[in-house]
Write a protein that binds this ligand. Structure first.
Ligand SMILES: [Zn+2]
Length: 259
């Protein structure tokens, strides 16, 4: 599942392709919004909050937001303007936007909506601090996590209402960096501020290298039974959360002992 850094990367691609340009074609293949007319409108920018993409568009005197969320395997692909989508297959296309020079195709998006920009808060107002926002303060982030009482660390890190932008990958990596078991309760936990600084730094670094290179740096995520890069113990994998909302997490039994 794309996490905050992958979403920010997608926004950068969308801004390079669309920002400041007039849409010569806008095809929204989601029944509820299929009749929304965006052709001729100007794309202002694509902004991100956590894992949500907000593409802001000016149509005459109205400001609209095309909201998209990639969930498990959605993807934005950009390319040169053409008479046909630069990515497919066709049945996976949810959005197709074209300008004079470029195009963007939204594939397998779990959520696509068009709303007045003034109403964006209805979609993102519940989100906690965005770990990749320039305004993010790890001290405030740590306080919000501590306020979750006896909830398990990784479960809290995945709760987008507390901190947004982390998914199973970065949550597991942060816990390993802190030397804390993913199932440890957060109350009276120390080191959260440093853990947040670490994960934020790693996410920022991931923006500047290839996804493959970024993955090769991971300490525990999807490294079940492989040796810990710090101590050599075999990495473990387990489920966290309550069914049916369980997620997978990874940890080193030696660096992150059970509390
Ligand atoms: Zn270890």
């Amino acid at each position: 599942m794309p996490e905050g850094d992958a979403v920010l990367r997608a926004a950068t691609r969308l801004n390079q392709a669309l920002a400041g340009e007039r849409l010569t074609k806008a095809d929204i293949r989601v029944p509820r919004f299929a009749t929304v007319r965006l052709t001729g409108a100007h794309v202002i920018e694509t902004h991100t909050v956590g894992k949500h993409l907000l593409t802001r568009i000016a149509r005459e005197d109205k400001k609209l937001t095309l909201h998209s969320h990639m969930r498990m395997d959605g993807r934005w692909v950009v390319g040169k303007a053409a008479n046909r989508p630069c990515a497919g297959p066709d049945f996976q296309i949810r959005v197709w936007l074209v300008t004079e020079h470029s195009q963007a195709v939204g594939l397998r998006m779990a959520e696509v909506k068009v709303i007045p920009t003034a109403d964006e808060n209805r979609l993102i107002g519940h989100l906690g601090l965005d770990v990749l926002s320039p305004d993010f303060r790890s001290e405030e982030g740590a306080q919000r996590i501590l306020a979750q009482g006896n909830a398990e660390l990784v479960q809290v890190l995945l709760d987008q209402r507390v901190i947004c932008g982390l998914g199973t990958m970065w949550a597991a990596e942060m816990a390993h960096n802190m030397g804390v078991n993913p199932y440890a309760p957060v109350d009276s936990m120390s080191g959260l501020e440093l853990g947040l600084d670490y994960v934020r730094g790693e996410m920022m670094a991931a923006l500047t290298v290839s996804p493959g290179e970024s993955r090769s740096r991971l300490m525990v995520f999807e490294r079940n039974r492989q040796p810990c890069r710090k101590c050599g113990a075999g990495i473990r994998r387990g489920r966290i959360g309550t069914p049916p909302y369980q997620r997978v997490t990874y940890w080193c039994p030696s660096c992150q002992p059970v509390p």
